[in-house]
Design a protein around this ligand. Structure first.
Ligand SMILES: Nc1ncnc2c1ncn2[C@@H]1O[C@H](COP(=O)(O)OP(=O)(O)OP(=O)(O)O)[C@@H](O)[C@H]1O
Length: 635
C-alpha cells in the first residue's frame, strides 16, 4: 500500500516560519510569547521525530533522552569547561547525534514492540544516570545544574524577544535541514525503506545505514531542542526531562500530521495553546478536555491539522490537485491514451488467463505471433545459469533441485500454478532467499553474495506489489533505482557539493532513459506515485528496476491485477527492455502475454521444473495442460 510522506512542503513551511517570526508583533503578552517559545522548542524535537516516523518508518520513545543529552552537555561544558555558548550548543547537538546513532544502530533491527520497550528503558537508564552519583560531577546529580546565561552584548538570549528569536532560528534551522534531508538521495532512500525494506535492499539501498542516519538526524534535532530548553529554563534537574516529553512529541506529530515536517510545528502550537488555554479550568476537567480534543483531531482528521489546512486552502482557492479520484481518472485516461498509441497488438490478445486459454484450446485463442522464431537465436554462453537450487520452508520443499538456463538478451517466462515456487526462485536469484545450489550470472558465481552485491553485478527486480513512494513523483521514484550505489555521506549530499550533484545528474539521466525506453508518457513524469493507476505503478516499478542498467531483470507477476489494456502496456514495456538488450526473467499467468513476449518458457510445479523450451513448445505440451487444468492429476 502507498503511504503518505510529503515532498512539497517548502512553501507551507516558509509561510508558517514567517508567521511565527511576525507573531511577537501581535502577541505582546509575556506568557503568550512564552507559550510560543515552548511550542517552538517542542516543534524542533517533533520535526526530528517526524523524520524518524513519517519518513523512515521508525519508532522511538527515547527522544527526550536526546533532549536531555543536548541540554546537559551544553550546560556542563559551559559550567565545567568555560566554553563559549555557540561551541557549547554544537557540542550538545554533536553528543546527542552520536548517542542517537549508537543507540539507533542497536535498536534499528527491532520491530515496533521491541523499539517501544527498548527506547522506554533507555529513558529509564538516562534518568538514572542524570540523577545518580555516577555522573554527578557533570550533571549535578539530584541537585541539578545551572545553565550559565548566554548574552550577546548586553542582551540575554534566555529572556524576552532574544530568547524568542534564538528559538525561532533553531526551529528554522531544523526545518531547513530536515526538509533538505527529505529531498536528497539519503532521505528518498529512507522513504523506500519505510515502504518496504526488502524492496529498498534490492534497489541497492543500505537499509541499516539509512535507518541509523534517520535516527542520528532525529537525535541531532532533539539535542538542539534540549539546548533551547536549557536556555529557556535556566536550570536543569532530573525532573526537567521525562518519558512524558516523548509522549507529548508523539501527540504533537500525530495532531499536526506525520510525514509533513510542517504538521509538527502546527501540532506544537496547537498543543501548547490548548494546554495553557485549558490550564485556567480545574485540573481534572482541563486534562479531560485536552485528551478529548486530541482524540477528536487524531480520529477525525487522519492526516492531522496540516492535512486539514491543506485541503481547506485548496478548497478556498478552488484547486482540485489533491482530488485523488480526479487524478486517478486522469491517470487512467492518460494510461489508455498511451496504450492506444503504443499498442501494436490487440490488448485482448495478451490478456487470456493461462488456465482458461488452455482449457478452451490453444488454437481458438487469438495470440500474437508465437515467439518460437525468436527463441534460441541468441548466441554465446547463457547469461544466467541455475544449478540444483533448493529451498525448504520447514516441512515445505518450495524448490527442489531446480536447474535453469537463461540466454543472453532472452525474455524467459516462468509459469506454474500457485505455490509452485516461482517467487521463491526469483528471491533465490536476487539473493533475498538463501538456497542450496549455484547461481551464476555472466560466468560470475553469485551464490554466496548478498543482495546489494548481486545488484551491483547486474541483477535487478520488481515485486508483485510495487512499493513506490506515494509523494515522490514518477521521475523521483525511478531515480531511487538509478544510483549505482547508495553509499556516500548524507551531510555532503545535503550540502549539495559538486560531486553529489554530478551523481544526482547521472541518476536523473538514467531514470529519464528508463522512462523513455518504456515509453511512459512524459506528461505523467511529474505526477505523484500515489496518483497512478495500478498499471502505471507496475510500469514505474519496471522503470525503477531498469534504471540501474542491469544485465538481468527479474519481473514478478508484472501483470497481476491488471486489466487487458494495462497488460498490453506492460507487454510493450518488456518489448522495450528487450530492445535495450536486457535479459528478462518474468513470472506470468497469462498465456497470451507469454506467447507475445517470451522467447523461452519454464514451467514449475511443486518446486520442480516440469518442462522448459520455447513458449510455443511449452504451451503446446499436454503435461502443462495437466498442471493448469488438473486433467490427469492424481491428487
Ligand atoms: N516465507 C515463507 N515461509 C514459509 N513458506 C513459504 C514462504 N514463502 C513461500 N512459502 C511456500 O513455498 C511455496 C512456494 O511459494 P511461492 O510464493 O514461491 O510460490 P509461487 O509459485 O510464487 O505462488 P504464487 O503464484 O501464488 O505467487 C508455497 O508452498 C508457499 O506457501
Amino acid at each position: 500500500m502507498l503511504t503518505r510522506a510529503r515532498d512539497k512542503v517548502g512553501w507551507p513551511a516558509l509561510t508558517l516560519l514567517l508567521l511565527l517570526a511576525l507573531a511577537p508583533l501581535v502577541v505582546r503578552g509575556v506568557s503568550e510569547q512564552g507559550i510560543l517559545v515552548q511550542a517552538m522548542i517542542y516543534a524542533v524535537g517533533a520535526v526530528g521525530l517526524d523524520v524518524l516516523t513519517g519518513y523512515s518508518g521508525q519508532f522511538s520513545f527515547g527522544q527526550f533522552v536526546y533532549f536531555a543529552i543536548g541540554a546537559y552537555v551544553m550546560a556542563a561544558v559551559r559550567v565545567n569547561g568555560h566554553w563559549p555558548w555557540l561551541p557549547a550548543i554544537i557540542a550538545g547537538v554533536a553528543a546527542s547525534t552520536l548517542v542517537a546513532a549508537v543507540i539507533g544502530s542497536l535498536f534499528v533491527r527491532l520491530r515496533f514492540f521491541g523499539s517501544a520497550v527498548g527506547t522506554f528503558f533507555l529513558g529509564a537508564v538516562a534518568v538514572d544516570l542524570i540523577s545518580g552519583s555516577r555522573l554527578s560531577h557533570w550533571t549535578g546529580g539530584s541537585n541539578g545544574l545551572a545553565v550559565l546565561p548566554v548574552t550577546i552584548g548586553a542582551n540575554s538570549l534566555s529572556t524576552g524577544d532574544w530568547l524568542y528569536y534564538t528559538v525561532w532560528i533553531a526551529l528554522a534551522l531544523s526545518v531547513a535541514v530536515c526538509l533538505r534531508y527529505t529531498k536528497v538521495r539519503a532521505g528518498r532512500a529512507a522513504r523506500v525503506v519505510k515502504e518496504n525494506e526488502v524492496v529498498a535492499a534490492v534497489l541497492g539501498v543500505r537499509v541499516f545505514r539509512e535507518k541509523v542516519r534517520a535516527q542520528a538526524l532525529a537525535g541531532a534535532v532533539a539535542g538542539l531542542a534540549g539546548c533551547m530548553l536549557a536556555l529557556e529554563v535556566g536550570y536543569l534537574s532530573p525532573d526537567t526531562f521525562g518519558i512524558s516529553q516523548s509522549i507529548e512529541l508523539f501527540a504533537i506529530v500525530a495532531v499536526g500530521g506525520t510525514g509533513s515536517i510542517v504538521g509538527p510545528i502546527l501540532g506544537a502550537v496547537f498543543f501548547f495553546s490548548m494546554v495553557n488555554g485549558l490550564a485556567s479550568t480545574s485540573a481534572s476537567s482541563s486534562q479531560l478536555l485536552f485528551s478529548l480534543v486530541v482524540l477528536v483531531v487524531v480520529v477525525l482528521f487522519n492526516g492531522g491539522l496540516y492535512d486539514l489546512l491543506e485541503k481547506g486552502t485548496r478548497k478556498l482557492l478552488g484547486l482540485r490537485r489533491s482530488d485523488a479520484g480526479a487524478h486517478k481518472k486522469d491517470a487512467q485516461v492518460a494510461g489508455r491514451a498511451q496504450a492506444e498509441r503504443t499498442e501494436p497488438v490487440a490488448a485482448a490478445a495478451v490478456a487470456e488467463p493461462l488456465s482458461g486459454a488452455l482449457a478452451e484450446s490453444p488454437a481458438t485463442v487469438s495470440f500474437a505471433q508465437p515467439s518460437a522464431d525468436r527463441a534460441r537465436v541468441r548466441t554465446g554462453p547463457p547469461l544466467l545459469e541455475l544449478a540444483g537450487i533448493g529451498v525448504d520452508f520447514g516441512g515445505v520443499r518450495a524448490l527442489d533441485a531446480v536447474d535453469l538456463t537463461v540466454g543472453r538478451g532472452e525474455v524467459h517466462a516462468i509459469i506454474g500454478p500457485n505455490g509452485a515456487g516461482k517467487t521463491t526462485l526469483l528471491n533465490c536469484i536476487s539473493g533475498i532467499q538463501p538456497a542450496t545450489g549455484r547461481v551464476v550470472l555472466d560466468s560470475d558465481d553469485l551464490t554466496s553474495l548478498p543482495v546489494s552485491v548481486r545488484r551491483a553485478r547486474g541483477i535487478s527486480r520488481t515485486f508483485q506489489h510495487p512499493a513506490l513512494v506515494a509523494d515522490l513523483t514518477v521521475l523521483q521514484n525511478v531515480e531511487v533505482g538509478a544510483y549505482e550505489t547508495h553509499n556516500g555521506s548524507a551531510v555532503l549530499e545535503m550540502a549539495g557539493l559538486p560531486g553529489t550533484r554530478r551523481r544526482d545528474r547521472v541518476a536523473r539521466d538514467r531514470a529519464v532513459h528508463a522512462l523513455e525506453l518504456l515509453e511512459f508518457p512524459r506528461e505523467r513524469w511529474d505526477v505523484h506515485a500515489g496518483e497512478l493507476t495500478m498499471g502505471e505503478q507496475k510500469h514505474i516499478d519496471i522503470a525503477r528496476a531498469l534504471a540501474s542498467e542491469p544485465k538481468l531483470l527479474l519481473l514478478d507477476e508484472p501483470t497481476a491485477g491488471l486489466g487487458e489494456e494495462e497488460i498490453g502496456a506492460v507487454a510493450n514495456a518488456i518489448e522495450g527492455v528487450r530492445r535495450a538488450g536486457v535479459t528478462v526473467l518474468v513470472i506470468a499467468h497469462h498465456v497470451g502475454f507469454v506467447r507475445r513476449i517470451a522467447d523461452a518458457c519454464t514451467v514449475l510445479d511443486f518446486g520442480r521444473v516440469l518442462t522448459s523450451g520455447t513458449a510455443g513448445e511449452v504451451l503446446a505440451d499436454d503435461q502443462v495442460v495437466d498442471v493448469f487444468v488438473g486433467a490427469g492429476r492424481k491428487s
